[in-house]
Design a protein around this ligand. Structure first.
Ligand SMILES: [Zn+2]
Length: 643
């Protein structure tokens, strides 16, 4: 297989500080949470369930049916930490060893691996694909094993993944004697492709394709299995759209249902389309991409507007205060975008990756590494949310853990994997996708090549890349010019590179590279205002502020309350100010805002009166990711454009 991945070790800058936080604090905190050692936090039971299933502790399975996936995501993150050399406590290797040992011991002789069914319903395996998340947990366990086997060269953990995948391969499919089931929560599809890429075992790719092709066929498996004697529902039936099972995947007219499920499915589809050159599947990926990013995406990279069903709402229906925008859904879109970049090429995919990563994913983690958001609204009044039962999902403060803790370890595995998405190689071109400080190595142009990138991005637009080829190497270096950037210049070994970006958004440098060539990119970083498509009712007559990939917000701590009255006049100057003292060090945006002077109150409503005067209201915007790290208060991303 051609090498497409060019993983970068992050050595400094913005992502290094986040990876330091994850390695030093988040991973240990999550380890304690999964061992039920955080006072006052909901119990996880994740590690103990494996201990019991391995016969090493008394008791039974506790917690949600999908609890195995929490530990699996943590294991994947631990694998990333070890593989990339991210600083972490010395005990991490022992914890990873312990989990690998437990997972291997909990695996059944036939390869089956799931603590809930092993302990609670051993004779009902694969009997409730709609609700019980068995294939979802299996997918995350396979991803965990792939990550840890890449990090440690531990053949034993890879064989756990293979035996589990072999077991699934023996049970599911159209062949006689197999079940024609599909998972209620997708994930197994992309995991099997990852295992195929690592092992070269074609059966895993074929089984991933089966799960995609079978979904949505009639009769729907979720209706067949519920008719069977003894079927017990866990979460109750949902419309088939919720599971993306209402139509075959190639016939679905839009992205629908539970957002995380839809996006994990889309990841699997893009993976299979790429590996099998399936044009109709690739075309469906385009359709989903256009629908999600053109009609259903928050400016923060959040997706899944509806709290009910954790689902996509209709086109342009993007309410700010009731937004669900689950952290896992932004991660799902990030993962889909990374795959679309590999499937189709083009800077617009990495543009969405960085929109998700810098905003709606980072907002899921507190700056001290010990609190999480599951839901990421764009406008919050904590007092109103607390008094409104329809906004029960909205929190003004990050939580230490959750009974359903899908998001926290998902953030950990995502932030530790940034280096995997930093570069992309396609044939003779090396694409710089996510700007970062770090090093990577690729075999390209007939030589082994090391690329070193240095930058303060996203605080600064200067990116210096040093290319060191072991022997003269002819290849193209393609630098992404982000869609938001209104001016980029490039020099190669100190000489201005006169070319403009190509239509796909990359500035290309084609040459023979030597042992020490230096490319310097300068991206204009002036702050700017953003307007939404006028069909987005919630944002009409409002603007958001952005600088580089970072979307900004107003918070009560800096701007006082009643943020809904603050306005940013059309010609207000936006000034970027570095504030090393604030919220761990960041760049704020200051602006001369205004607000209408209210008339004296005569009751809740009064006829025909309009405030006559406006007054100055200085505004200070902070990056959206950094909100809710001080005393709880109001926050808004979108601001009125007239008082
Ligand atoms: Zn989640």
């Amino acid at each position: 297989m051609e090498q497409r991945e060019v993983p970068a070790r992050i050595t400094g800058g913005f992502w290094r500080s986040w990876q330091d936080l994850v390695g030093r604090k988040v991973i240990p905190h999550q380890w304690r949470a999964m061992n039920d050692q955080i006072p006052g936090a909901p119990k996880s039971h994740s590690v103990n369930n494996f201990r019991v299933a391995a016969g090493r502790a008394p008791g039974t399975h506790e917690g949600m049916v999908f609890q195995d996936s929490d530990l699996a995501k943590w294991m994947e993150a631990a694998g990333n930490v070890i593989r990339f050399g991210i600083p972490a406590p010395a005990e991490l290797r022992a914890w990873a060893e312990q989990t690998m040992d437990l997972v291997a011991a909990a695996q059944q002789p036939d390869g089956y691996l799931n603590t809930y069914f092993t302990l609670k319903e051993p004779d009902r395996r694969w009997g409730n694909l709609r609700d019980a998340h068995e294939l979802y947990c299996a997918g995350h366990l396979i991803e965990a094993c792939v990550s840890l086997s890449r990090a440690t060269d531990d053949g034993r953990i890879l064989s756990v993944a293979r035996r589990l995948a072999d077991h699934i391969d023996s049970r599911f499919g159209v062949e006689p004697g197999k079940m024609r089931g599909v998972p209620g929560h997708e994930e197994i599809e992309l995991a099997l492709v990852r295992l195929y890429r690592l092992t070269g075992e074609r059966r895993y790719l074929d089984r991933a394709r089966y799960f995609i092709d079978e979904r949505g066929r009639k009769p729907a498996w979720f209706e067949v299995e519920t008719e069977r004697p003894g079927y017990r529902s866990v979460f109750g039936p949902m419309p088939l759209e919720y599971y993306q099972a209402h139509l075959p995947v190639r016939e679905q007219p839009e992205a629908t249902g539970h957002a995380v499920r839809a996006l994990y499915l889309a990841c699997g589809m893009a993976d299979v389309a790429l590996e099998t050159a399936d044009a109709s599947l690739a075309a469906q990926c385009d359709l989903l991409w256009d629908d999600v990013t053109g009609r259903k995406l928050y400016v923060t990279g959040g997706v899944g507007a509806a709290a009910a069903h954790e689902a996509f709402a209709g086109p342009f229906d993007l309410p700010n205060d009731s937004a669900y925008a689950e952290t896992c859904a932004a991660i799902g879109l990030f993962l889909f975008a990374g795959r679309m970049a590999r499937l189709r090429g083009g800077a617009r995919f990495a543009d969405v990756m960085e929109r998700c990563l810098h905003n709606g994913i980072l907002s899921g983690l507190s700056l001290d590494g010990e609190g999480y958001f599951y839901v990421n609204p764009l406008e919050v009044d904590p007092r109103a949310a607390a008094a409104n039962p329809s906004l029960r999902h909205v929190k003004g403060r990050r939580q230490p853990w959750y009974g359903c803790a899908c998001c926290p370890p998902n953030i950990a595995r995502t932030l530790t994997s940034v280096g995997d998405w930093a570069w992309r190689r396609d044939g003779g071109t090396l694409y710089a996708e996510l700007y970062h400080e770090g090093t990577a190595a690729a075999a390209i142009g007939g030589a082994s090549v090391t690329v070193r990138e240095a930058t303060r991005y996203p605080w600064d637009g200067a990116v210096a890349i040093t290319v060191a080829a072991a022997a003269p190497a002819s290849f193209t270096l393609a630098l992404r010019v982000p869609g938001w950037c209104r001016g980029a210049s490039l020099s190669v070994n100190g000489k201005r590179w006169g070319r403009e970006p190509d239509a796909d958004g990359y500035l290309r440098v084609e040459r023979t590279w030597g042992t020490a060539d230096r490319v310097e990119l300068e991206l204009a970083m002036e702050p700017f205002t953003v307007r939404a498509d006028p069909r987005v009712r919630a944002d009409y007559g409002r603007v958001a502020v952005q600088r580089g990939p970072l979307v900004y917000c107003l918070e009560e701590a800096d701007n006082g309350a009643d943020l809904h009255r603050a306005a940013l006049p059309p010609r207000a100057r936006l000034r970027a100010v570095e504030r090393p003292d604030l919220l761990g060090g960041l760049t704020v945006i200051a602006a001369d805002g205004v607000e209408a002077v209210p008339l004296p109150l005569t009751g809740l409503y009064a006829a025909g009166r309009r405030p006559a005067r406006t007054r100055r209201r200085p505004l200070l915007f902070i990056p959206y990711y950094a909100w809710a790290n001080r005393a709880p208060g109001e926050m808004t991303v979108w601001v009125r454009d007239q008082a």
